[in-house]
Design a protein. Structure first.
Length: 411
């Protein structure tokens, strides 16, 4: 199928609030057969499930499941107590709570990562509503599946998440079938529009910076609460790490599309998006969804290869090895935090090197799939690590200014 014919119906369906990281809605409603469990459909429960699948050692050495260990206790300004667990940190961070103007993958600054973590204090008032809507969403999906009807996730949930995070309606984006909607962009939509840290090398680097900060905090921790805080920082970092195990995230040149491709076709998305940033985000989403659906061969730092399905296929049998690998990586990473606490040594270089052995390597993964799964967009770099060009397939040449164009075979 030609990309244009895929894109135009897609554009018409976009609620656009789930631009990239929060794929709460399917562009085509999945059928019951395609959706054996609600968890298959969503990213957030996948993140949460990973956190719940590992154990963390407390200061006494006992092991507690990640969805039981409270690492971020907060009191909202209205006096509501929030007991966020390690698993909560993985699913909330970056997608619902964070600082949209920060890209740790680009700056590689610990102080930026710290600002991301501190955003929990700044935006804590949003969290009760986010969790409330999230629970409703899960219940809705469960009921829909029980009813035997094809599952249709209403975009009303995206509207609610936008509303829960200080926005109004669809933010600045006007759904074409729904008339103008000049609402405000909430934190949820802002984060989705600038989510570079959830993709490729930026995700790996954002994780490494956050993991390094957590290791340092753990090595200096002198009591249970300080260790728990180190785990909270680790949970934030693990959001980005777990994203690298999703086929739709590992090689999509998210940042490059935003930065390198400047003359987007003005007509193509006309009337749908309020600004070019959102158009570019949609280009990345196109590739994100495509790779996620088709799956990729992943390659880690040791050169081991395995198959990964995308965001919505975490619990499928095809993805079982990938699932085991991401859980093992989060477990090992958390164990490093405890060891740093016990030994009072962050052992940064050795610990990061160990993690890089088992995490998907975006360069090796990109190379491994170039022929078998040609990318829609493909960024290449020179030795100085400055971007050189973004290659774009034929149907997207008018959407992005690029000096080299390569038409992927078989697309
Ligand atoms: Zn993410």
């Amino acid at each position: 199928m030609k990309l244009n014919s895929i894109l135009k119906p897609l554009a018409a369906q976009i609620t656009a609030l789930f631009l990239l990281t929060n794929a709460h809605a399917e562009t085509q409603p999945p059928t019951l057969e395609q959706s054996p469990t609600p968890n298959v459909l969503f990213e957030s429960p996948e993140h949460q499930n990973i956190g719940a699948s590992i154990t963390l050692q407390t200061s006494t050495g006992s092991r507690v499941k990640g969805d039981k260990l409270v690492v971020m206790p907060l009191i909202t300004d209205r006096g509501k107590s929030l007991q966020l667990t390690f698993a909560d940190m993985i699913w909330l961070s970056g997608d619902y709570i964070g600082e949209p103007d920060i890209s740790v993958g680009r700056s590689r600054k610990e102080s930026d990562f710290q600002r991301d973590v501190d955003s929990y204090k700044r935006y804590k008032g949003y969290i009760p509503d986010i969790i409330g809507h999230y629970q409703e969403l899960l219940n809705y999906v469960k009921d829909e599946l029980k009813s035997g009807k094809p599952l249709e996730i209403s975009e009303v949930f995206d509207r609610r998440f936008n509303g829960a995070t200080g926005g109004l309606g669809y933010g600045s984006i006007s759904p074409p079938d729904d008339g103008p909607d000049q609402g405000m962009r909430g934190l949820y939509l802002q984060l989705a529009t600038y989510d570079y840290d959830h993709f490729g090398e930026d995700a790996t680097q954002a994780y490494l910076v956050g993991h390094g900060l957590a290791l340092k905090l753990a090595s200096k921790a002198t009591n249970e609460n300080e260790l728990l805080y180190a785990y909270a920082v680790e949970g934030y970092a693990d959001h980005f790490m777990t994203d690298t195990f999703a086929a739709g995230h590992i090689r999509t040149p998210r940042k490059e599309l935003q930065i390198a491709c400047e003359n987007l076709s003005p007509g193509f998305w006309a009337g749908i998006f309020a600004n070019e940033d959102e158009e570019r985000a949609m280009l990345a989403k196109l590739m994100h969804d495509h790779d996620g659906e088709k799956g990729l061969t992943m390659v880690n730092g040791r050169g081991e290869k395995w198959v990964a399905e995308g965001d919505k296929h975490f619990f499928t049998s095809d993805n079982s090895e990938n699932r085991q690998r991401v859980i093992a990586a989060v477990q090992l990473s958390a164990d490093q935090i405890y060891t740093a606490y016990k030994t009072r040594n962050p052992d940064l270089d050795a610990n990061k090197a160990t993690m890089l052995q088992i995490l998907p390597d975006f360069k090796a993964t990109r190379r491994a799939n170039l022929k078998s799964r040609p990318p829609i967009f493909d960024a290449t770099y020179n030795d100085a690590r400055t971007y050189v060009t973004v290659q774009v397939d034929k149907d997207h040449q008018d959407k992005a200014r690029c000096t080299t164009v390569r038409v992927p075979e078989g697309f």
